[in-house]
Design a protein around this ligand. Structure first.
Ligand SMILES: Cc1cc2nc3c(=O)[nH]c(=O)nc-3n(C[C@H](O)[C@H](O)[C@H](O)COP(=O)(O)OP(=O)(O)OC[C@H]3O[C@@H](n4cnc5c(N)ncnc54)[C@H](O)[C@@H]3O)c2cc1C
Ligand code: FES
Ligand code: FES
Length: 484
């Protein structure tokens, strides 16, 4: 299906007729001829293909993030701005490049454009500048020459030299131009995303819901891994082009308040939201358990759910938060479904022909929340198992309500209902943690694979349930008894 998109690449405005959802990586390298953006894994894992993606954020103001171009669809670019390594280098060496060179952080050089984009993305994204965040910004980048010590030193230099950057992009980007991180003309353009051509909307409206070539796309971080060379005939419908798709707002009634989240709310949007943080204080510390910064910038809640992986991290959290799905466009019109009822079997969901997730509702009563993920690597790894627990407390400190999830122990993400029933109405204690741990041990029907045996998964579920108790009730000091 042909349509016109308007976007900027570095300093040049393009109006392109596109007919397929090829990844932006291929267009940048083959059509635009900019080969500084490298193709490594083509699965979002290595960061060689990173580019800066700009547009308007949830508040309508300019927003910039480093993203993987191998999982970025061309149709997503309407009204957006891409910056590649060539765009940064057009004014000569930047301080980011100089820090990499001075520290010997580039050996064969294949990964270097990706690291430079990640570190530049860290400076332009508007976040606070400190050494820990600088290192975290390259968690999605791999260097096969293993130059990590020197890359770490380069990142620390940047964190030190740019610690005084102003917060808002309107002031930060001109300041970055003044210090030669960005060419001045490019920095000015980065504050003015191009107007979308808009033919996408008309093209998508024309798609018949029963068309088998119709595909809903969020950030593409699962979809492009499965479809690296998409069928030119497919008709994508982008979640973030629906009205309110990235909004998070308070709704429901006084008796039943809810948070209403649009389907294209990204992992970054979710953990940054003051409404989400008020609901589950401290929840933002679990953001780093999910993927890497470039993936979190694009990955959506709906994509995580519909992909239906039994070890999806966000799904595990949303199950414990009591999420319900708002589905639309199917034969039954709009319907509401408990998230736990959505999963029918391995990668099989109750999504019907033409149906899409429009949003997600979460009960808005404040709770204590904890998430645990066991994986072989501390970062950027698939979980062996994961589990989340959310509790509300009665005035006497007893457990008024509890929801607990388990991932990686069954073909679908689970609610641990027996464990929940055993906890309600009780006072939290080490004895209750042990009882709950036994029920978690017995939940599901885990299998053994490269990430661990069935027995190991059961034992993990038991011990991670103890971890829930220790972290949900730090004031009780349960670790002394449980870990003695
Ligand atoms: C390097 C890497 C690391 C990752 N690490 C993790 C991790 O640590 N934890 C984890 O849980 N996941 C991880 N993922 C998986 C992925 O990032 C998440 O599942 C993400 O939330 C998917 O969201 P998306 O918007 O990119 O989905 P997409 O790829 O856009 O879509 C996924 C599926 O959902 C469908 N879909 C999307 N939106 C809708 C909608 N509104 N209605 C109906 N169907 C829809 C699509 O058609 C597709 O079938 C990782 C992926 C990569 C590439
Ligand atoms: S090519 Fe490896 S992340 Fe895109
Ligand atoms: S310098 Fe060779 S891959 Fe990193």
């Amino acid at each position: 299906m042909k349509r016109v998109i308007r976007f900027r690449l570095n300093e040049r405005l393009y109006e392109e007729e596109i007919g397929s959802e090829q990844p932006a990586l291929d267009w940048i390298r083959k059509t635009a001829g900019l080969t500084g953006t490298k193709e490594g894994c083509r699965e979002g894992d290595c960061g060689a293909c990173l580019v800066l993606l700009g547009g308007r954020g949830m508040d309508g103001r300019p927003e910039w993030k480093a993203v993987t171009s191998c999982t970025l669809g061309m149709g997503e670019l309407d009204g957006r701005h891409l910056v590649t390594i060539e765009g940064l280098a057009s004014g000569g060496l930047t301080p980011v490049m100089e820090a990499m060179l001075d520290e010997g952080a580039s050996q064969c050089g294949f990964c270097s454009p990706g690291f430079i984009i990640a570190l530049t993305g860290f400076l332009v994204s508007g976040q606070a500048i400190d050494p820990v965040s600088a290192m975290a910004s390259v968690e999605g980048n791999l260097c096969r020459c293993t130059g990590y010590g020197s890359i770490r030193r380069a990142a620390s230099i940047l964190a030190r030299d740019f610690a005084d950057l102003p917060a808002g992009l309107e002031r930060r980007l001109p300041e970055l131009a003044r210090r030669h991180v960005l060419p001045a003309a490019l920095a000015q353009l980065m504050l003015e995303p191009p107007e979308p051509a808009g033919s996408q909307g008309a093209a998508f409206a024309a798609i018949h819901p029963e068309d088998p070539s119709l595909v809903d796309l969020g950030g593409g971080t699962d979809w492009y891994v499965r479809n690296p060379d998409p069928d030119p005939d497919l008709a994508p419908r982008f979640s973030d082009q629906a009205p309110g798709a990235r909004s998070i707002r308070a709704g429901g009634s006084a008796e039943r308040p809810v948070l209403e989240l649009g389907s294209a709310v990204t992992v970054d949007d979710f953990f940054a939201s003051p409404l989400v943080r008020n609901l589950a204080p401290g929840i933002e510390r679990f953001a780093a358990d999910m993927a890497s910064p470039p993936i979190r910038a694009r990955a959506t809640l709906a994509g995580n759910i519909v992909n239906a992986s039994p070890i999806a991290d966000l799904t595990s959290m949303l199950l414990a938060l009591g999420a319900r799905l708002v589905l639309e466009g199917g034969p039954d019109g709009e319907r509401l479904l408990e998230l736990s009822d959505f999963f029918l079997g391995y990668k099989k969901t109750d999504i019907r022909d033409g149906e899409r997730v429009r949003g997600i509702l979460i009960p808005a009563s404040p709770l204590r929340f904890n998430f645990e993920k066991a994986a072989k690597r501390a970062r950027l790894d698939i979980a062996t198992v994961n589990t989340a627990m959310a509790v509300t407390l009665a005035p006497d400190g007893g457990i008024a309500s509890v929801r607990a999830s388990a991932g990686g122990v069954a073909p679908v993400p689970l609610r641990m209902v027996a464990l929940e029933n055993a906890m309600v109405g009780k006072q939290p204690s080490a004895a209750l943690a042990r009882e709950a741990g036994k029920l978690a041990y017995d939940c599901g029907s885990p299998i053994g694979d490269v990430r661990g045996s069935a027995g190991y998964r059961r034992r993990l579920m038991e011990r991670l349930t103890w971890a829930h108790f220790i972290r949900l009730w730090p004031e009780l000091g349960l670790e002394k008894e449980l870990l003695a």
